[in-house]
Design a binder for this molecule. Structure first.
Ligand code: SAJ
Length: 394
């Protein structure tokens, strides 16, 4: 259920490992694309795998579920504007499979979810009347852990955490994952699996927040944050992450809020980290606005709008937020270049080819460290004012 960044790679891996997979998505355009052997998202080698699974007849897609031995729910779990969790897609997917769940079916929630979702949503909405969990039907949470850009490797190689509603549910889910995962499959209960996943992403968010706080402190002191981090990381027990324009993507900037929502009074550090990371785009925008004041007709080039390097994903992207803020700030001409985002996807922004942007801009703002930006001639950078939010051109 759900053929996005997690569902489609998982479906195609299973398809090429001999499973008969029926992928369901509410978007009929996505279903049509996949049934033609094509893909609607960018991920290394995914096109090859999907084409092979579809051509061999192992993977088919549709907008309505079918009866199955195993149901995997891989739908988004966003937050609302007030940061509270929105599990409506999990509710809809659970209700949609209910008529197709049979005795013996295994239902797995892969979506990163707020604590107790497996029990309160999936078990409640997907299980037909009279079925006993752990006897007639088996329900488990196995949170996805893959890193966009490395999904096809990680979906097979990563260790997995599987938590069932009962020990029998855990055992069923564990043996299913062991049939296609080469990493270890670690057993726990559903709530612990839910919280483990949220802790992983919150850990990363807190650590990136430390790097981002440091970088803002370094700006104030007029020193180079990357140099400080490099030097500090030579200590045997220090390993600081990299500062950037903020934290984006559909995972790390969202999931910590699920823990905050579950226990607001016990999560001050997680909340502070979210606020630090969310404040970083504003810090960059203010800096560029200050720098632009020295020009009578400033031209500002923004390089990259996706949330991280070499992906096409702009969800929650701080780079996009900065580019849009600058475009609306009335401070001059804002040019944008992102080799992973076709200009037609964002008609309201002014896109330029890289060479034109580099030639025309007086201020260059490096927002996403795409491979294509690495080799910009350093000589050219010396003639410009450079705001390198990723430390790519150091
Ligand atoms: N970032 C920094 N500095 C760093 C590392 C990352 O600013 O040192 C920024 C990135 O630019 C990006 C954001 O953080 O904006 C998140 O990027 P990421 O590469 O850290 O992670 P995601 O969101 O692509 O994937 C994460 C992964 N989680 C962890 O590494 C703990 C992945 O394994 C999860 O499966 C995924 O979230 C998910 O789906 O939950």
């Amino acid at each position: 259920m759900g053929l996005g960044y997690i569902g489609l790679p998982t479906a195609s891996v299973l398809g090429t490992k001999g499973f008969h997979v029926f992928g369901v998505d509410v978007r009929s355009d996505v279903v049509a694309t996949i049934n033609q052997g094509n893909i609607h998202i960018e991920e290394p080698d995914l096109d090859i795998l999907v084409r092979s699974a579809v051509n061999s007849g192992q993977l088919k897609a549709g907008t309505e579920p079918q009866a199955a031995d195993v149901f995997m729910i891989c739908v988004p779990t966003p937050i609302r504007p007030d940061h509270s969790p929105d599990v409506s897609y999990v509710e809809a997917a659970s209700a949609a499979i209910r008529p197709y769940v049979q005795k013996g079916s295994l239902i797995i929630l892969e979506s990163t979810s707020p604590p107790k979702t497996t029990e309160a949503v999936v078990a409640k909405l997907a299980v037909p009347e009279g079925f006993r969990i752990g006897e007639d039907v088996f329900i488990a949470h196995c949170p996805e852990r893959v890193l966009p850009g490395r999904i096809l490797l990680e979906v097979v190689q990563n260790d997995r955490v599987v938590g069932g509603m009962t020990p029998a549910c855990t055992a069923r889910a564990k043996s299913f994952y062991e049939s296609f995962v080469s990493g270890q499959v670690l057993a726990t209960d559903a709530l612990s699996a839910e919280v483990t996943k949220l802790v992983e992403n919150s850990y990363r968010d807190v650590n990136i927040a430390f790097a981002n706080e440091l970088s803002m402190l370094a700006d104030r002191l007029g020193i180079d944050a990357w140099e400080i981090i490099e030097l500090a990381n030579r200590h045997p027990r220090v390993n600081i992450l990299q500062p950037g324009p903020g934290v984006g993507g559909h995972c790390i900037s969202v999931d910590p809020w699920f823990l905050v929502d579950a226990a607001p009074e016990h999560t001050p550090l997680i909340q502070a980290a979210r606020h630090v990371n969310d404040s970083k785009p504003r810090h960059i925008v203010d800096r560029v606005i200050r720098l632009a004041k020295q020009f009578s007709a400033p031209v500002i080039g923004c390089l990259g709008i996706t949330y991280k390097a070499d992906v096409d994903d702009i969800r929650e992207s701080p780079s996009l937020e900065i580019a849009e803020e600058l475009a609306h700030a009335n401070i001059g001409r804002i040019l944008i270049c992102d080799p992973h985002v076709p200009p037609t996807r964002m008609p309201e922004l002014r896109f330029s080819p890289l060479d034109e942007l580099l030639r025309e801009s007086q201020i260059l703002v490096l927002l996403t460290d795409h491979r294509e930006f690495r080799d910009v001639p350093r000589r050219l950078l010396q003639e410009k004012i450079v705001v390198d939010t990723r430390g790519l051109w150091r």
